[in-house]
Design a protein around this ligand. Structure first.
Ligand code: NDP
Ligand code: X2W
Length: 343
């Protein structure tokens, strides 16, 4: 059986990456492609790399245009998914790449997104405990943010194995500029971006902070706190996250290594690097892989973990398709690769 798939937001970075991966997926056919102001144009004007779809017309994002599909991907700006999803029947698998349905706590949503909470859907991070079971039966999936995916998978084994308690987690994560989407942002013009690195969203104000806290709590942290600082660096794709947390007394580097080996031995997309080899963002570009390593810093008394992924692939579209596969009863890795491009 093949599944007929529509993509809303087809002209953006996230929608484009969903389509790139769907073109290599053996169990789907690509149906309607929709967007906003670019409706009426051809996809090839916006996504010239998606050659087989170049002549496809970009349609307006309406319930009519998204009807008649088994799966609908929403790759739209925050705050727009709720109204679109409400018009799609409960039998349709809706995969939202935006933030609208990620948070469980309406107060946290209001604090960080300054708008009304649309609701909460099963969270599309299959590597979290219990996530696969939840995803297998749902018709609504909230795809995680790219920073939360990276920083959650970096620390998960340490939390699951009780090596850190989740208070005073510190995350510094550098992202490529595609994470900001295609919209014009003055601080992201070439002259400002190339040749320099800059922090933004400093001081606990970035909207991924509550998502990280939600994930750390789900991994067993009681009353977690996180100081999260995102950084923008001059590359197109990729995230490299450095995550640390205070170790519980008596933890050793060997225990840390063992915990990461145990947690990720069976994971097909999370790859624990050899001891002393640290993740490099270039090595995961274009793939759905997450490269991880961790150690214990005895002088600081902290577990230090590093993870790298492609923000558009495992950080968005690849993670979305991995979750879609689970919900459709397909092999989780269908249409996805863990092989990167290097150099
Ligand atoms: N970039 C990333 O790394 C990640 C992005 N995401 C999420 O994916 C979503 C899309 O992000 P991204 O691709 O980066 O953004 P882009 O700005 O690159 O693309 C936005 C897309 O939404 C369409 N659009 C804009 N406004 C409307 C509207 N009112 N109605 C219908 N369509 C509209 C645009 O169409 P048009 O061309 O017509 O304007 C375009 O196709 C966001 O929610 C983002 O948070 C999630 C994880 C990572
Ligand atoms: C570099 C950059 O600007 N990154 C984006 C995060 C993109 C992402 O994955 O998150 P959402 O899906 O929640 O938008 C930001 O900091 O807002």
């Amino acid at each position: 059986m093949t599944f007929h798939v529509a993509v809303a937001g087809c002209t953006g970075y996230a929608g484009g990456e969903v389509l790139r991966l769907l073109l290599g997926h053996p169990e789907v056919t690509i149906g309607n492609l929709t967007a906003g102001s670019s409706a009426g144009s051809r996809l090839g004007e916006h996504q010239p790399h998606l050659v087989p779809l170049a002549e496809r017309e970009v349609l307006p994002t309406t319930a009519e245009n998204l009807a008649g599909h088994d799966v609908v991907f929403l790759a739209l700006p925050h705050g727009t998914s709720g109204a679109v999803a409400a018009e799609l029947g409960p039998e349709v698998l809706v995969v939202d790449c935006g933030a609208d349905f990620r948070l469980a706590d309406p107060e946290q949503w209001a604090k960080y997104y300054q708008s009304e909470h649309a609701g909460t859907w099963p969270y599309g991070l299959p590597e979290l405990p219990g996530a696969r079971e939840e995803l297998a039966t749902t018709r609504r999936i909230a795809v995680p943010g790219c920073y939360p995916t990276t920083a959650t998978l970096a620390l998960a084994p340490a939390l699951i194995h009780g090596l850190v308690d989740g208070r005073d987690v510190v995350v510094a994560a550098a992202s490529g500029s595609s994470g900001a989407g295609k919209g014009l942002k003055p601080h992201l013009l070439g002259a400002e971006l190339f040749g320099s690195a800059q922090a933004y969203g400093v001081g606990g104000v970035h909207r991924h902070t509550p998502e990280l806290l939600q994930n750390y709590a789900r991994l067993g942290a009681s009353e977690p706190t996180v100081s999260f600082t995102p950084l923008l660096v001059p590359m197109a794709r990729g995230i490299l996250a450095v995550v640390s947390a205070p170790a519980v007394p008596g933890v050793t580097a060997d225990q840390v290594r063992q915990a990461y080996q145990d947690s990720y031995a069976e994971e097909r997309f999370v790859h624990l690097l050899p001891e002393g080899v640290w993740p490099v963002s270039q090595n995961v570009v274009g793939s759905n892989a997450v490269h991880v390593n961790a150690t214990f810093d005895p002088d600081a008394g902290r577990v230090v973990a590093i993870a790298a992924l492609d923000n558009l692939c495992k950080g968005t579209a690849g993670g979305a398709i991995q979750s879609m596969n689970i919900a459709l009863g397909l092999d989780e890795a269908t249409g996805l690769s863990s092989i990167g491009v290097a150099p």
